[in-house]
Design a protein around this ligand. Structure first.
Ligand SMILES: Nc1nc2c(ncn2[C@@H]2O[C@H](COP(=O)(O)OP(=O)(O)O)[C@@H](O)[C@H]2O)c(=O)[nH]1
Ligand SMILES: [Mg+2]
Length: 618
């Protein structure tokens, strides 16, 4: 739903303000600071945390129209809504502003105009939906749908509805479209402005005498708003007689009608259409080949690696050592020093790089420099050996086997996902769910991130895409209590696997870490999975270590819980990814359960030794 709508002058006078929830930011202030002061008028939308802030200007009247809404809800055609807001305000309300001696004396209430904009917007969406239904392919008809039908098992059972295009969701339709509605008399009467030409025709057909009357009124108001000699800065607020403004325009949050609230909350209306869009985003990709992650790499791949950069360099360095000479420590040292340096350039921590070099050294001493094939093999095997030692720490975790054991005992297997904001906790939780479903387990989600606006809806979306039930208690209850109730529900419904989503938090925020530790201690999940981003390198290790320490420090001495495993997300977005992967495990002893290699549910892969060796030698 729309969280905020505001209309203000470029000199900072608020003409209308309506907030539908308690916002964590002063979005108006943020917009002014970030964009308007810097005269970034070309941009018309940006993201602040979860809020999509969208605005448009009426240059002629020095007005700014802005709306904000949760990005996660994917509201459609919000650019249309802002256009309507602007058109209605300019046509019917702007003229009612009373100004005397450069002081605003009276601001009209825009509540009705706002409701009218919402209504028009809804009508427009309805027409659009009908139009899409008649022109769009069903999901099954699309290429992805066909692939999915062939490849996926058990996820896409129900007959899907119609889909729209992702592009339609929240991208403003561009400058020209927005500008079209500036001061366009009567343009808001036309709902069908998907066909802009119709609107134009309407515009042109307006009676010219009426047009000139409006033009006159406009001119008059423009004069009224003519700036005083001293130019005010965009945020400088002129003196305003606040009383009327206060009563009528400002602070009306909470007073909107329930009918309006329903219209604003489109989440149920658009479920059908949107869920197919979401499915397109997350499902599919089963047959996709992801570089470095195929379990069996072909001989060709192997030869490619051997021919390329890093590996061939080391080997050719060894080759330069003369003939039948038996290699000793002295021969190897300069080459290994170089190798170490290159590993460190690939983001591998120094200690790890040293360990890898030591391992090669140990295996190469006393071999003959001449035997090149042997050299190739030895370097590679030494690396494999050393890397598998690092990647296979104390506890090797097989979640499928563990879940099976729980199922045999008649208990749900419970995993809690933790980590800082935006690392991919919810997305990877959904990927793990997909994996479990494919293996025939019944799954349930617990929506325990009830801190970030829209987080519950995000999990519900995944739930709908995967046909997995979601246990949620909205945004009020304590996460630990929600988890507790979810576990009871999972037990009662004999669900095999319960996946608990939690809110992101910074590792140094003690109250929030305490909250997390309470959730963990009270509910004792089978597995605590830390989600870290592959791209943050050393910071990821720091986050992981601090999360782990906080859990240990904040749990009671007789029930200490630690992080059990790591999922490294966004592996697909970095080149020197293996450095972070090795460091995290090396420094903490926690195994890497999976790597997230994209946004689809199938983009979850096991990090095997071969992948790392390839990446290091590439
Ligand atoms: N490229 C890529 N994007 C990812 C991956 N995992 C998550 N994301 C994206 O990262 C963003 C944040 O993910 P989300 O699950 O909401 O993070 P959370 O705040 O930790 O729950 C979303 O846009 C995801 O699609 C991944 O493995 N690769
Ligand atoms: Mg999340």
């Amino acid at each position: 739903m729309i969280e905020l709508a505001c209309i203000f002058t470029t000199s900072g006078v608020i003409l209308f303000y309506k907030a539908f929830s308690t916002l964590r930011y002063d979005l108006v202030d943020d917009l002014i600071k970030k964009n308007l002061i810097n005269e970034r008028f070309s941009e018309q939308s940006y993201l602040l945390d979860n809020y999509r802030v969208m605005w448009t200007r009426d240059q002629e009247r020095n007005l700014v129209f802005m709306i904000a809404y949760s990005e996660l809800l994917h509201l459609q055609s919000t650019d249309k809504f802002i256009k309507l807001l602007k058109a209605i305000y300019v046509e019917d309300y702007y003229n009612q502003i009373k100004i005397e001696n450069h002081v605003i004396k009276e601001i009209p209430s825009f509540d009705k105009g706002f409701e009218q904009s919402v209504m028009k917007w809804q009508e427009y969406l309805k027409v659009e939906r009908e139009r899409q239904k008649s022109t769009m392919k069903s999901f099954e008809e699309t290429k992805k749908g066909q692939e999915l039908k062939k490849g996926a098992s058990g996820v896409q059972k129900k007959k899907p509805g119609k889909v729209g295009t992702e592009k339609d969701e929240y991208t403003p339709s561009g400058n020209s479209a927005l500008n079209n509605s500036v001061g366009s008399v009567g343009s808001y009467n036309s709902i069908d402005s998907a066909d802009e030409s119709k609107t134009d025709a309407k515009r042109n057909s307006i009676d010219s005498s009426e047009q000139s009357e409006i033009e006159k009124a406009r001119l008059l108001l423009k004069q009224k708003f003519e700036k005083p000699k001293k130019e005010p800065t965009p945020v400088e607020k002129p003196v305003v007689e606040q009383k009327k403004q206060k009563d009528k325009a400002v602070g009306t949050a909470g007073k909107y009608s329930s009918q309006l609230a329903k219209q604003l909350d489109q989440s149920s209306n658009k479920q059908e259409e949107d869920i197919n869009l979401e499915k397109q985003k997350y499902l599919g990709g089963e047959n996709e080949k992801i570089k470095g992650f195929d379990d069996i790499s072909s001989d060709e791949d192997e030869q490619e690696v051997e021919k390329r950069g890093f590996f061939s360099k080391i080997v050719s360095n060894f080759k330069q050592l003369t003939g039948t000479k038996i290699l000793d420590a002295q021969d190897l040292q300069p080459i290994l020093d170089k190798f170490k340096e290159q590993l460190m350039n690939k983001n591998v921590g120094e200690q790890i790089a040293q360990q890898l070099c030591d391992s090669i050294k140990k295996n190469l001493i006393n071999t003959q420099a001449k035997a090149l094939t042997l050299l190739n093999k030895t370097v590679k095997e030494s690396l494999q050996d050393a890397i598998s030692k690092i990647l296979t720490p104390k506890r090797n975790i097989d979640i499928i086997a563990e879940a099976m054991r729980s199922r045999e005992k008649g208990k749900p297997y419970i995993i809690t996902f933790i980590g800082v904001n935006g690392v991919g906790k919810s997305t990877n939780l959904a990927k793990v769910a997909y994996l479990f479903k494919k293996e025939g387990f019944s799954v349930m989600f617990a929506a325990c991130d009830n801190f970030r606006a829209g987080a519950v809806e995000q999990i519900k979306t995944h739930g709908r895409c995967l046909e997995i039930p979601v246990f949620d208690r909205g945004y009020k209850d304590e996460p630990a209590d929600i988890a507790f109730q979810a576990i009871r529900e999972a037990q009662a419904k004999k669900v095999d696997v319960l996946l608990i989503d939690t809110a992101g938090r910074m590792q140094d925020n003690e109250p929030l870490m305490k909250q997390l530790s309470t959730l963990v201690v009270q509910n004792n999940p089978d597995l605590i999975v830390f989600i870290g981003e592959a791209l943050v390198g050393n910071d990821g290790t720091d986050q992981l270590m601090k999360f782990n320490k906080a859990l240990i420090d904040l749990s009671p001495k007789d029930r200490i819980r630690e992080i059990d495993a790591i999922i490294l997300s966004k592996f697909d977005t970095v080149d020197d990814k293996v450095g972070a992967a090795l460091s995290m495990t090396y420094n903490t002893g926690k195994p890497i359960l999976f790597c997230g290699v994209g946004q689809k549910y199938t983009h979850l892969k096991k990090l095997n030794v071969r992948t790392v060796v390839h990446a290091l030698l590439d």
